[in-house]
Design a protein around this ligand. Sequence first.
Ligand code: NAI
Length: 342
Amino acid sequence: MLFDHPEFDNHSGVHFLSDPSVGLRAIIALHRVRPGVPAVGGIRFRPYPNDDAALTDALRLSAAMTLKVTLAGLPVGGGKTVVIGDPQTQKTPELLRALGREIHALGGRYLGGPDVGTSPRDMDIISEVTGRVGGTTASMGPLGSAPPTAEGVFNAVRALAQFLNGTDDLNTVHVAIQGVGAVGANLASRLAAEGAQLTIADIDAEAARAVTRSLGAAVVGTDEILTIPADILAPCALGSVLSESTIPHLRVRGICGAANNQLATAADAERLRDRGIAFVPDYVASAGGVIAGIGAEGVIPRADAQALIDGIFDRASQIVTMAEREGVPSTAIARRMALDLR
Ligand code: NAI
């Protein structure tokens, strides 16, 4: 039953969509909606082992979006769409338009954008039938939200370096990046420009080679990136990488990356605290994309959006500093701040 679901967390609304004529099966989870204030979050398109896994992902991701937008200082709520299917074979223009019509029918309660499995070009197609989608090529350019997301993560990495070393000079900092896709590769460029030492891993060998060729980063296997000695680990691939099985083997002093929901369970925040590893919550570090998207949609002025992306440095800094002072997980501090800001 939905109301008893462990991740339900009093969602404002959960919509189950089905249109067999185009193969659409999707869930739109609206965590926090208030009159005139949409829930904002990306459209994820991926296969799931079963419907409950899709529902769990939608609920967790939309709740994390509420934390993300609140801590970023945005005047919106959190939401998420999960489309169940293989984007390589099932993502057709007809399906995207059918999804767009469903989003439109929500009457402004939700504003979507690209996420894993969808692109700015897909948003162009959805925008043919609804204005309730951002991150189109016209509004954000062909690279979409990845550059501003990477800029925010870079600001948070600098804040973490300052917390760990007393200076945000990255010349002596070794960063291990898991996943050098759109965000990870852009982050790697920014870090390399500031003199950071980089080690990277990606299941896509060509993506890893491209970063090595352009930046001279060292490459390790995907099974090694979570265990090599480094100062900071930047997870920029998928979620749930910080778990009961991986945390004991980490050899870093801090973690800060873009991947959503890096902690497999809430208890993993305590495991990191117990190991003395400073953790910038992903919903703080990776807010740059949604901030820029909201700016591009005119919900806030673009100049304000840039100031909020710059402000990720201070927010990350406050969170890891207070977590250490109080001896609690950084996620507890972040949640408390979000409640105060609401
Ligand atoms: P992407 O799909 O462009 O890049 C992900 C990269 O990770 C790919 O190169 C992939 O081959 C690699 N990868 C997958 N599994 C891996 C593994 N086990 N080990 C090493 N590499 C692996 O995605 P993008 O846009 O760069 O996003 C990265 C993460 O950041 C995702 O979790 C996404 O949800 C999150 N995020 C992205 C935002 C954006 O604006 N693009 C905004 C906020 C969060």
